[in-house]
Design a protein around this ligand. Structure first.
Ligand code: NI
Length: 175
């Protein structure tokens, strides 16, 4: 397994719409494992392939306290949504920024697992938020797209400044 580099907003590659995976082979399984390792190392609860510059429809997540419940969702599709909830979200591609986003409270997702087997999952609460957030990445969206223009511009400005600093001093990126 190896760790992958996570794209940082406003990297334009985060706007790529990922393509469906037509065959779950060894290459895809190995990408899933690398994504899980990258997610755990970065202390995230979810990661979409888009964020590691692989533009295929796959996401990984683990919302458990013990960090021992990894899930791989391939070609995920929300087939039902109920209610709404507001949750404070962050993102490994937008480090240090958090904001409230309104999403469905409960969803049903259809996907393939790491072995290519189809399954359906009923999710609510944080798990539902996480899945909706990661599917957005596969569609080229980030959570700050939902914010009011002023708040969004503020975050964009801070992130651009950070990116400039990181280019000047590569060590900053590892902080
Ligand atoms: Ni994210």
């Amino acid at each position: 397994m190896s760790q992958l580099t996570i794209l940082q907003f406003p990297d334009p590659r985060l706007r790529t719409v990922a393509r469906p995976i037509d065959r779950v082979d060894e290459k895809i399984r190995s990408l899933a494992d690398d994504m899980l390792e990258t997610m755990y190392e970065a202390r995230g609860i979810g990661l979409a392939a888009t964020q590691v510059d692989r533009h295929v429809r796959m996401l990984v997540l683990d919302v458990s306290e013990e960090r021992d419940d990894p899930h791989v969702l391939i070609n995920p599709e929300i087939v039902d949504r109920q209610g709404s909830q507001v949750c404070e979200e962050g993102c490994l591609s937008v480090p240090g920024e958090y904001a409230e986003v309104e999403r469905a409270e409960a969803i049903r997702v259809r996907a393939l697992d790491r072995d290519g087997e189809p399954f359906e999952l009923d999710a609510d609460g944080l798990l539902a938020v996480c899945i909706q957030h990661e599917i957005d990445h596969l569609d080229g969206k980030v959570f700050i797209d939902y914010l009011k223009p002023m708040k969004r511009r503020m975050i964009e400005k801070r992130m651009k400044k950070q990116a400039r600093q990181a280019r000047r001093d590569p060590a900053v990126q590892t902080l």
